[in-house]
Ligand binder design. Sequence first.
Ligand SMILES: [Zn+2]
Length: 139
Amino acid sequence: MDASSPSGTEWFFLLHAATRPAGFQDIRVYGRDGISDARLVWKVCHECERGVISKISLSPEVQRQGLGTRLVDRALLDGPGYRWTTSSQSPDGRAFFRAMTARTGAEFAAGARTCEHILESRPGRHKPILDRRLHRIRR
Ligand SMILES: [Zn+2]
């Protein structure tokens, strides 16, 4: 297990898994101090092979440490080769997703239309568990 950032901070990735198909998946990242450093929300429809990054936010102290990249990589594990879009993007978000497109080949079109299952999914989530996939990814 290697959940460390380059600066040596240890992170815990807590996943609230979706309770239904195309539902909200939500990972919150916590440092040892118990303060939430980042959050990723995404949805995947296996029927239509589509995914959407609904939200990604990082507190300023943890930016530029590769954490955003790790989170998006994690979402892509749920739908490799699927058509990925995002919600609307801030200027920083546009630069970030351009780099992620160059890196992964996923499109990440901002605000693009997605499938009816993703559009119609409602909130609902399981209790958090440590995300096994992020705690296994090594850099
Ligand atoms: Zn669908």
